[in-house]
Write a protein that binds this ligand. Structure first.
Ligand code: FAD
Length: 506
């Protein structure tokens, strides 16, 4: 062992177990960088076992991933039946009948070095401000079902937002498969029956298929889904269960026919025992009900889901079971778990694919070419743990900040304990609108603001520094911004028209 705790062999053979979204994103990401080197990449998947078959809504970071692969956006959108996404609409989360959008973009610009929302809070107290939504270009564009890519001039209002995609996950995996195979990834179809461990180090040496074929590797990426074939079944890494904070444990999913042009946003509507998603693609709408089995049966959940579809169901509902939480170590010995094998946070904010992407890029940054080292693993696990915890807190906020009290599920959720790390963030916001800052990761200030304000969590005061600007001057700037947001959004093309023009979507 060297001073970094390096114990394993130099990495010459990588084996990816699983060919769902996680497996093929990992294969594409690794082959883009390692494809021309001496490192061989194998991927094993089993058509008989299949994939989880959901996961259609993304966050803007996916664009960086696709760009790093060098994908052509129009081609990718055509082949995955993708639509654009400017944010997520939350219906009935604060109170029933209310709606807010978590936008992929800012609420205004700082004035006099003080955050825009602080001026808005002061103007609101004085009765001189509209809803915070009126100052967000992606929200107003989404409400009008408009879309245009962000402007490149950073001084322009049109540059104050980003966007993501809603796509067919099976088609995305196929698309990335072609990409990865073209860069040398070898795919083996078959069911893994056994895992061979080194008696001394406990490292995985090989996976053995039902056919008897043995596939050896130096580094294994476990993308086998909820079952965690290597990370859990072979290495017994352990799982940190977060159901006491996020108790939903099942989902029913069903695609349906589209009855209107796709909206440039995903919708999450709260329901009596959880919430329902609606994700419009070019060729259909994906739907699901994420629920807590303590409060509703599978049959009843399916009945509610089917009754609330836009169009005709295209299949019978599929049921999925999960336990919210994360693997105690995402990287253990020579196995890195990516995707559902690494843990699961419900898809309320479309974060699983983002976590896959973060895992692939962090692994590449710390790639253990000369053998697995403790220091690399510790750093990888620290980065991933932090992002899981940030997302967890953000999701718990949605449940905790509800004023719904019309079903046992919502009454229990509002009263349930929350992580200390979230209580601290909420205390800061409630006092004078301070949003805990992160320099990286996904959920930055506008995301927290959208949920706090959208679910009626209003601070008692505002940052006194906002008083440095004359209130009449601030009110004038707010009014100007609101007018500019409205006219800029109205001038954008319809989302459907843009899709047709850009990627021939009909
Ligand atoms: P899987 O899709 O389960 O793939 C596992 C792979 O391992 C398969 O290829 C399987 O054949 C293979 N395998 C397993 N065992 C063996 C074996 N013994 N031998 C050989 N091969 C084997 N994420 C988002 O970002 N946005 C969303 O909107 C979203 N919605 C979701 C909704 C629900 C209800 C759920 C449960 C998840 C959602 N997710 C979402 C998460 C997203 O679906 C997953 O992160 C993503 O699909 C990755 O899954 P995976 O590849 O890890 O696992």
């Amino acid at each position: 062992m060297d001073e970094n705790g390096r114990t394993g062999e130099a990495i010459r053979r990588i084996v990816i177990v699983g060919g769902g979204t996680a497996g093929w994103m990992t294969a594409a990401g690794l082959s883009a960088v390692l494809g021309g080197t001496r490192i061989a990449i194998d991927l094993v998947e089993s058509a008989e076992i299949g994939t989880v078959g959901v996961g259609e809504a993304t966050v803007p970071h996916i664009r960086n991933f696709n760009a790093k692969l060098g994908l052509d956006e129009a081609d990718f959108m055509r082949k995955t039946q993708a639509t654009y996404k400017l944010g997520i609409e939350f219906r009935d989360w604060g109170r029933k009948g209310e709606s807010y959008i978590h936008p992929f973009g800012a609420f205004g610009q700082p004035l006099g070095g003080v955050a825009f929302h602080q001026h808005w809070l002061r103007a609101r107290q004085r009765g001189e401000a509209d809803s915070i939504e009126a100052y967000s270009l992606p929200i107003i564009a989404a409400r009008l079902k408009k879309f245009a890519p962000p402007a490149t001039d950073p001084r322009s209002l049109g540059s104050t937002f980003s966007y993501a995609y809603q796509f067919d996950a099976a088609l995305y995996a196929q698309y990335l498969r072609a990409y990865a195979e073209a860069r040398g990834v070898r795919r083996t179809e078959g069911k893994i029956q056994d895992v061979s461990l080194d008696g001394e180090t406990g490292f995985v040496q090989a996976v053995i298929l039902e056919s008897g074929q043995r596939i050896e590797g130096d580094l294994f990426i476990d993308c086998s889904g909820f079952r965690g074939l290597l990370i859990e079944q072979a290495l017994k890494t352990g799982y940190e269960d977060w159901t006491h904070w996020l108790p939903c444990d099942r989902a029913a999913a069903v695609p349906c026919d589209s009855v209107e042009p796709p909206t440039p946003y995903t919708r999450a509507t709260s329901d009596d025992a959880g919430w329902r998603w609606r994700i419009p693609l070019q060729h259909r709408v994906g739907n699901g009900y994420v629920y807590c089995s303590h409060y509703i049966s599978d049959d009843e959940a399916a009945r509610v889901l089917l009754a609330k579809l836009d169009g005709k169901a295209q299949a019978d509902p599929r049921f999925l079971r999960f336990t919210t939480g994360r693997r105690k170590k995402q990287w253990n010995r020579n196995v890195v778990a990516i995707g559902l094998a690494s843990g699961f946070l419900e898809p309320l904010e479309s974060t699983s694919i983002h976590l896959i992407q973060l895992a692939v890029s962090t692994l590449l940054e710390l790639f253990p070419e000369r053998g697995c080292a403790t220091a690399d693993q510790d750093e990888y696990n620290r980065v991933m743990d932090l992002e899981f915890e940030r997302i967890r807190d953000f999701l718990v906020l949605h449940y905790h900040a509800t004023q719904r009290d019309d079903s046992a599920f919502w009454r229990d959720k509002a009263a349930a304990p929350i992580p200390d790390s979230l209580a601290y963030k909420m205390a800061l916001f409630r006092d004078r609108g301070v949003v805990v800052k992160y320099r990286d990761g996904f959920f930055l200030e506008p995301s927290w603001l959208a949920v706090y304000l959208g679910q009626n969590i209003l601070p008692r005061g505002y940052d006194p520094m906002a008083d440095a600007i004359d209130p009449a001057e601030a009110a004038r700037k707010l009014a100007e911004l609101k007018a500019a947001v409205q006219s800029t959004a109205e001038a954008m093309p319809d989302h459907q028209a843009f899709l047709e023009r850009f990627c021939d979507a009909r």
